[in-house]
Design a protein around this ligand. Structure first.
Ligand SMILES: CC(C)(COP(=O)(O)OP(=O)(O)OC[C@H]1O[C@@H](n2cnc3c(N)ncnc32)[C@H](O)[C@@H]1OP(=O)(O)O)[C@@H](O)C(=O)NCCC(=O)NCCS
Length: 136
């Protein structure tokens, strides 16, 4: 029996608390709690892991409903890692976009994604439009 619950909505999320936990885990990329909320609200699909009445994991998918999807913000708060939470969130999101090519970038979690069926593609490229988060 998992010690967590996956939810597909953002009801009740304490975004300030989530961003504090992200910073503690050194996985904060500079978004304010409101910007973080907007990132999730504007995503096609979200998977949020809850345990002990707080958010212990996040993942979201940008998807066009036809063929392309991007997996973003996959994170499990440190004390809850290695229990299958990230795997469950990723599986939950991928299952909701049958027929899509699902892509992601990762610096540290190749083994995890490999186990979940992702295969490395030869070149990933990216650029920032203007300045990151529009900060001057
Ligand atoms: C990468 C990250 C999301 C993984 O989260 P997680 O919830 O621990 O992931 P899982 O539990 O599904 O899998 C992690 C490992 O635990 C193992 N595991 C899963 N369930 C387990 C269980 N019940 N008991 C023991 N180990 C278990 C998995 O096999 C996996 O092993 P691996 O290290 O060989 O890949 C998490 O470490 C994290 O948030 N890191 C910082 C942010 C980050 O790098 N995100 C990825 C960006 S793309």
């Amino acid at each position: 029996m998992p010690m967590y619950e996956l939810r597909r909505d953002l009801e009740g999320v304490d975004w300030a608390a989530v961003t504090v936990d992200l910073a503690r885990d050194a996985f904060d990329n500079g978004r304010t709690p409101e910007e973080f909320r907007r990132s999730f609200a504007n995503s096609a699909f979200v998977s949020i892991a809850w345990a002990d009445d707080h958010v212990v994991g996040t993942a979201r998918l940008l998807a066009d409903g036809v063929c392309n999807a991007y997996l973003v913000d996959v994170w499990t708060v440190s004390p809850y890692r290695r229990r299958g939470i990230a795997s469950a969130m990723v599986d939950d999101l991928v299952a909701r976009v049958p027929g899509h090519h699902v892509a992601l970038f990762t610096e540290h979690a190749e083994r995890l994604y490999g186990r979940l069926g992702f295969r490395e593609e030869r070149v990933g490229m990216s650029r920032i439009s203007g300045k990151w988060l529009n900060r001057s």
